[in-house]
Design a protein around this ligand. Structure first.
Ligand code: WTA
Length: 656
């Protein structure tokens, strides 16, 4: 059937093409240019970012580039600018690049054909799905949760939301029904877009079943749209559930009207763990996020037209938002999306995908690299990998051994590695080398990108200017994609990020800087664990463990783990009155799987008689971390403990 389109001409006529001839922002090509641009961006940040923004399409130009106040945690970029981000991701490319591939999709199964979606086809599919959303009552400002597995329809759903001004909140496929319900409740989602089941290697995740369970906990969702992927049997509730394909089949007229949005309207909410028990919804807004993800994509990876970019992240995390969907599409690039896992059907799968599609930029996580290292060299038996130009890592510090393996075996000694440091809250990469342009040395993320002003502070807030001395990493000036708020709780945003140090954004990471100005990120200094690149709050885990009827108290810490980077060690005090339950260990693991998801299950659980506490009742996690790492002899000063004998008891139990 040929669809009739009633494309609203007004949008195209009024589209203020401030956009310059280059379809993406200025690209830095030499070390000297980096230094010049960096200086310009620091001396006149507003002029610098206004120039970058001038490469995009706006319906109305901004009145003011930046308006901010770190004390109240308010940041506004491109004030009163009007735009639709999807016109910049898609429509802008239609004239000259309409037949270029926007998305390559590689199935979980090697024998299933890949999909190649051109910019024109992406446009068709996105505007068609906006009709489905509108037909189901979705309007600007409504929140939609998306939980789908890595299929192109996920990107289409995200873009369709953005096109009509609905706020998307993508939920990682590994979350349990209970975690999903928390997110549904916090966002007050009207709609969920999901699939029947998602393939991951030889497993099928029963996504619709998990969604049904989450709706039993939060029952205010009006519509569930289901994309049929795995053909898994589902329970279908006719009052609420709708098949994606049936909804699309109902559409006869497309009345494409991209909503004209304010630069500071929310684009999405993405939940992330912090120091307290409840994950927070990081909110990103449209204009600044658009400019920054495009700028960093082009510059960090040194993207040039025609390149194929493969980011292995899940779209449920910020990396997938910024460097599978928005950044690459804004630059008119080809973004490869892969449904499966690195090690299925064997450890050579990434390398086969790279050779099959002649991938030029490959962006993955250190935990995936370390896991692949353990499979030996035979994974490269049939791999050529000659198309690769840039390798990237993200999500956690990369150890030197993994860096070298990646450089030698994947990059064949010729591809620069960009070790990109950033966070959900930063929206895009803040510290990294620029591929082949600025220096990259193993374990160092590198220098700040233009516009980023990092400082290392001591506990008193004094700047550490000495080289190689560790402190807390903060940023002293806003960049366009800085977090705007934590959803429905602005004070949490202010107190977490902007009040620890006056007039600075606090990252929660420890870092130092070497003589050449390169930053090395040590890891979190707050109570957040980074397990295989997943952020998990210790308080969140402790709440879950404490909910078991036999548990009186628990303390969770991280310890070095060969593959995951950080493993989870849980110390648990149980009710001595109760008969010791042999299956407690397994029950605690199950409770974590049930309340959060399998990825958060503790690696070790130790039942202890007490926890090391100060006289004021604070748990001394430093000691628990040392014990978890096996450093029993180097516990430091124990005099401030209320009862130091408990430490010896814990050590004895840990050794046994
Ligand atoms: C850590 C992921 C060292 C860091 C984009 C940060 C890193 C947290 C790196 C954010 C890196 C991320 N080197 N550590 N290159 N990249 N991290 O929000 O601790 O999932 O604070 O965002 O990951 O994790 P998030």
């Amino acid at each position: 059937m040929i669809l009739k389109k009633n494309i609203n001409q007004r949008n195209y006529v009024s589209l203020l093409l401030i956009a310059k001839t280059m379809s993406y922002p200025y690209q830095i090509l030499t070390e000297q240019e980096y230094q010049d641009k960096y200086q310009q961006s620091i001396l006149a940040p507003e002029k610098f970012w206004a120039e970058v923004a001038s490469h995009f399409s706006w319906h109305r130009k901004w009145d003011e580039v930046l308006n901010y106040n770190f004390e109240t945690a308010h940041t506004h970029w491109f004030v009163n600018g009007k735009l639709n981000i999807t016109e910049n991701c898609i429509d802008k490319h239609l004239k000259n690049k309409g037949d270029n591939i926007a998305i390559i999709w590689e199935s979980n199964f090697e024998n299933e054909e890949s999909q190649f979606i051109t910019y024109k086809q992406l446009h068709e599919r996105v505007i068609k799905f906006t009709e489905v959303l509108k037909n189901n009552g979705i309007k600007k400002g409504d929140r939609i949760c998306i939980n789908m597995g890595m299929i192109p329809e996920l990107a289409i759903a995200v873009l369709a939301c953005a096109r009509i001004g609905a706020i998307h909140s993508v939920i990682f496929g590994g979350f349990s029904a209970s975690s999903i319900a928390d997110r549904l409740e916090d966002t007050e989602a009207k709609m969920i877009i999901c699939c029947d089941g998602a393939y991951r290697g030889d497993k099928i995740i029963p996504i619709k079943k998990i969604i049904d369970d989450s709706i039993l906990i939060y029952n205010k969702v009006e519509t569930v749209i289901i994309y049929k992927r795995s053909k898994t049997e589902i329970d279908f509730n006719p009052d609420r559930d709708k098949w994606w394909h049936e909804e699309e089949a109902k559409i006869t007229l497309i009345n494409d009207q991209p909503e004209i949005m304010d630069s500071e309207d929310p684009l999405f909410i993405l939940y992330t763990s912090g120091s307290t028990g409840k994950p927070k919804g990081a909110v990103h807004t449209i204009g600044g996020y658009m400019i920054y993800t495009a700028y960093t994509f082009v510059n960090v990876f040194q993207y040039s037209p025609g390149m194929i970019h493969f980011c292995t992240a899940d779209i449920g995390w910020i990396t997938g938002h910024s460097y599978i969907v928005y950044g690459p599409l804004l630059a008119g690039a080809t973004s490869l999306m892969y449904e499966g896992i690195p090690t299925w059907p064997d450890a050579g799968r990434f390398w086969k995908i790279i050779d099959k599609h002649k991938v030029n930029i490959f962006y993955t996580a250190p935990t995936a690299i370390r896991s692949l290292m353990s499979f030996g060299h035979s994974q490269f038996d049939n791999a050529i990998l000659s198309s690769l130009k840039t390798l990237g890592t993200v999500g956690e510090p990369i150890n030197e051994e993994a860096w070298k393996w990646y450089f030698d075996h994947v990059g064949k000694g010729k591809c620069p590695i960009v070790d990109t440091w950033w966070q959900t809250e930063t929206g895009g990469i803040l510290i990294s080398s620029l591929s082949g342009v600025t220096d990259a040395s193993p374990t160092f993320a590198g220098k700040p990108l233009p516009g980023i002003q990092p400082v290392i502070l001591d506990e008193q807030g004094k700047e550490i200017l000495t080289f190689n001395k560790q402190g807390n990493l903060c940023i002293k000036f806003p960049w366009p994609s800085i977090i705007r708020t934590t959803y429905k709780n602005h004070d949490r945003c202010r107190s977490t990020y902007f009040s620890i140090y006056s007039n600075k954004y606090f990252t929660g990471d420890g870092a130092y800087r070497d003589e050449s100005g390169n930053f090395r990120i040590i890891g979190r200094v707050d109570d957040v664990l980074n397990v295989s690149g997943h952020r998990i709050g210790t308080a969140e885990l402790e709440n879950v463990l404490n909910s078991h009827s036999l548990v009186i108290e628990s303390a969770v810490v991280g310890y070095p783990h060969e593959i995951k980077g950080e493993g989870i060690y849980a110390y648990v005090i149980c009710d001595p009155e109760q008969e010791m339950n042999n299956s407690l260990h397994q029950e605690l693991i199950e409770i974590v799987k049930h309340q959060i998801g399998s990825f958060a299950r503790p690696d070790k659980i130790l039942i202890v008689p007490g926890l090391p506490k100060t006289r004021s009742g604070k748990i001394m996690r430093r000691i628990l971390r040392k014990i978890a790492s096996g450093e029993h002899e180097q516990l430091g000063d124990l005099t401030s403990l209320l009862d130091s004998s408990v430490v010896e008891k814990i050590i004895l139990l840990a050794r046994s």
